[in-house]
Design a protein around this ligand. Structure first.
Ligand code: HEC
Length: 305
């Protein structure tokens, strides 16, 4: 008995610092990631689509045709799509390509090793991407909604695309044909490389200030014109503005992206609405039960007192 206790108490201090530092590192990482991602203002995803069956079904279709070739959704089974109102025949005939069966997981043929070779980074699994990108400061749905709408042409990258929310992202713009050409004005704040240089080495237009605001206008072909302004601090927020050359197409694309995010949001936490409902009824039950209990208490003690 005593031996067992001593073994346990000896093991505990050895493990807990490891667990503690692991938790601390995770917390710091989450905090750091949140702080970095929040630099660009995020647009609000129209969250009323979260429980709209038409939006979820449309989002599922767009997800399968536009994303499921690079990204997998390994935690989802095809037949789970019945919960958003699609029936087995629709799932089999309209969504599943190849020889997967309705009870299979939504996996893809691409191997992560090949993907890393092609894109430089493996596309992450999207099953829980909304939850993975939710931080104290922002909602993961707003992040992905803004990210997918912030691609611009940039000749200097290997994919020919860049992103105002995720600088130098390895993912191309999958909506470019749907969206039509756009002009992007991206304002970034960077450390000034020339700050320490002697005035003789600096070219005209370069400043000695520690930070610079770089305002870049990318045309629809990805050619850029940039202007730099010196800043004394790096605290200014980044920004991005897009000017679609075909506004109707760009608006239709925004609408499609909102539906894809609705689907990703549902996939991240399919039971969320159910949980809110159950919570609501549970609270209601407790209130009613409390009133009955009080009433009974009064009735029982009335004659005693
Ligand atoms: C051609 C392949 C390809 C397609 C198609 C594609 N992606 Fe990606 N995606 C990538 C790659 C590669 C990355 C990793 C990017 C990086 O880390 O630089 C990525 C990353 C992401 C991320 C994570 C961004 C982050 O902050 O870490 C999200 C979210 C995402 N993709 C969503 C989508 C959605 C939604 C679709 C469908 C509309 C889609 N992707 C279609 C290749 C693709």
């Amino acid at each position: 008995m005593t031996r067992m206790r001593s073994v346990r108490s000896a093991a505990l201090p050895a493990i807990s610092p490891a667990i503690f530092s692991g938790l601390l590192a995770t917390a710091l990482l989450a905090f750091g990631a949140g702080a970095a991602a929040a630099e660009v203002h995020l647009d609000r995803w129209p969250s009323e689509r979260a429980n709209d069956p038409a939006a979820l079904q449309h989002g599922a279709r767009l997800f399968v045709t536009n994303c499921l070739n690079c990204h997998s959704a390994r935690l989802m089974r095809w037949n789970k799509l019945e919960e958003i109102g699609l029936d087995a025949t629709q799932i089999k005939s309209q969504l599943i390509y190849g020889n997967q069966r309705i009870g299979d997981m939504m996996t893809i043929a691409m191997v992560p090793r090949d993907a890393t070779q092609w894109f430089g980074k493996a596309p992450p699994d999207l099953s829980t991407i909304i939850r993975a990108n939710s931080t104290v400061e922002h909602n993961g749905a707003d992040y992905v909604y803004t990210l997918l709408r912030s691609f611009y042409r940039d000749r200097s990258t290997s994919t020919g695309w860049n992103n105002a929310v995720f600088h130098n992202i390895a993912m191309p713009n999958v909506f470019w044909q749907m969206q039509g050409p756009r002009i992007a004005t991206v304002v970034r704040v960077e450390r000034n490389e020339h700050a320490g240089e002697s005035p003789a080495k600096r070219k005209p237009g370069q400043t000695a200030m520690p930070w610079v605001r770089v305002r870049s206008v990318y045309d629809a072909q990805g050619d850029v014109q940039s202007t730099e302004t010196g800043l004394s601090t790096g605290r200014e927020t980044k920004s991005a503005r897009f000017q679609p050359l075909d506004p109707a197409r760009a608006e239709a694309t925004d609408n499609n992206i909102a539906d894809i995010v609705a689907f990703l949001n549902w996939m991240s936490e399919p039971k969320k609405t159910e949980r809110i409902h159950v919570g609501f009824w549970a609270m209601g039950y407790l209130v009613v039960f409390f009133l009955i209990a009080r009433w009974l208490n009064n009735v029982f003690w009335r004659d005693v007192k």
